[in-house]
Design a protein around this ligand. Structure first.
Ligand code: PMP
Length: 418
């Protein structure tokens, strides 16, 4: 049956005839996104998916977005229809600097580049910094598209250990010491708040230690922060870039990637990067050949949406819903599959990171889960090399509470069936 043909990390086959094109080394047999490979199952009738990092389709602020689009188009149709500045519309950049101020981050228009999703921000940064063979650091487990982007750049990827609180900075310090005689790592990529996939949030002291390591070892610390506002319990922790002021020279080594995908809508494709001037300038040059500018219609819409003041209310709505969905999933898993799944409930974001007990393989179990019409992402997708085969990521953002409950029941059935 269909489910038994399940594969993750399928390399594009390298046919001898393809060689005629002279593809670059990383593109000779590139791996597609493992999560996108799973998408074909999501649309199956009755499927309950804990797989995608999709925001809930029921929770978009459709009315507010429609109103912002209307105002944007009526007030300045030419700005919506014409090419715009590569760095982003100044009015939107101003709104984003105000949004960053609410996160405790002071920045100017010149530090901020609007990007076509934060994914583009990372891609532009890599283009300016990472040559084939360059060493880079990445937390593990990590966001797969970040791993993929570094792979396609031909980087030498060194993984950094994490625990329930994110990057183990002591282990990293030791690792950096050991690497002193080798090539200097160019960057370190991390999602320090409600990480994808682990849901972990790096405590403040570790953030400060990380900043000090970036300055001492001169690597760019990339803080990817699409989930930071989705906190449903506990005290907020400032973004790493907000702590840079406490360490001499730190501002020169931190790049912050922001996104509206998880808090407004991913279809708008609006993100931003805050980077030291020499990096920001080069990212803009890279963007000139990437897409000239982020869609001005989206930028104008987003500016009016942010200026309408609706984001705060919308955030409360989605945070409340995600808290309930997360609770529903965690308690349903404990109820239906006691002792079979270990997990630490997150205090925000969209993901529960879990492990099957007893050495059960998450990719094998997924085949049986698909037979029960429920799915998740096997943890293997989030590792560079040696995966923890029992790990898995469950997203609680998209399914309703009732679906989370039913999904957990089906998952327990899948576990019971093999
Ligand atoms: N970073 C992380 C950690 C993500 O999970 C995602 C989306 N899944 C992105 C970046 C990409 O976001 P965007 O839609 O802004 O490109």
């Amino acid at each position: 049956m269909e489910a038994t043909r399940l594969t993750l990390n399928t390399p594009t086959p390298a046919n001898a005839s393809d060689d005629a094109y002279g593809f670059t080394e990383p593109f000779r047999a590139p791996q597609g996104s493992p999560i996108r490979e799973l998408f074909k199952y999501v649309g199956r009738p009755g499927m309950i998916s804990f797989a995608g990092g999709y925001p809930s389709k029921d929770l978009f602020d459709r009315e507010g977005i429609a109103a912002a689009l209307d105002v944007a188009y009526r007030s300045d149709p030419i700005a919506c229809l014409q090419y715009g500045d590569t760095a982003g519309a100044p009015a939107l950049r101003r709104s984003l600097t105000r949004l960053m101020a609410t996160r405790g981050v002071t920045c100017t228009l010149d530090d901020l580049v609007v990007t076509t999703g934060s994914q583009q921000g990372f891609d532009l940064l890599i283009r300016t910094l990472v040559a084939p063979g360059d060493t880079v650091l990445i937390e593990e487990p990590a966001y797969p598209a970040a791993i993929q982007a570094l792979r396609l750049a031909g980087a030498q990827i060194v993984t950094v250990r994490t625990d329930h609180d994110g990057i183990d900075v002591d282990a990293l310090a030791a690792q950096l010491e050991a690497m002193r005689d080798g090539p200097r790592p160019k960057l370190l990529y991390t999602v320090p708040t409600f990480a994808n996939p682990t849901g972990a949030t790096l405590p403040r002291a570790r953030r400060e230690a990380l900043v000090r390591l970036a300055v001492a070892h001169r690597f760019v610390l990339v803080e990817d922060d699409p989930y930071g506002e989705l906190r449903f319990s506990g005290e907020p922790v400032p973004p790493i870039i907000a702590l840079a002021g406490n360490v001499d020279g730190a501002k020169d080594w931190i790049v912050y990637l922001g996104s509206l995908s998880k808090i407004v809508a991913p279809g708008l494709r609006v993100g931003w990067a805050i980077a030291p001037a020499p990096i920001a300038r080069r990212m803009i040059v890279a963007k000139q050949t990437g897409d000239l500018c982020t869609a001005p219609l989206s930028q104008e819409l987003v500016r009016h949406y942010l200026d309408s003041g609706r984001l705060d209310t919308h955030l409360q709505t989605i945070v409340d819903a995600y808290r309930k969905r997360c609770d529903a999933l965690v308690s349903a898993l404990a109820h239906f599959a006691p002792g079979q799944i270990e997990l630490a409930a997150p205090s925000g974001g969209m993901f529960v990171w879990a492990r099957f007990t007893g050495g059960r393989d998450a990719s094998e179990t997924l085949k049986r889960a698909l037979e029960q019409n429920v799915m998740y992402v096997p943890g293997q997708a989030f590792y560079v090399r040696d995966a923890d085969a029992s790990s898995l990521r469950l997203s609680f953002a998209a399914p309703s509470e009732a679906e989370a409950f039913e999904g957990a029941r089906r998952l327990a059935q899948a576990l019971a069936s093999g």
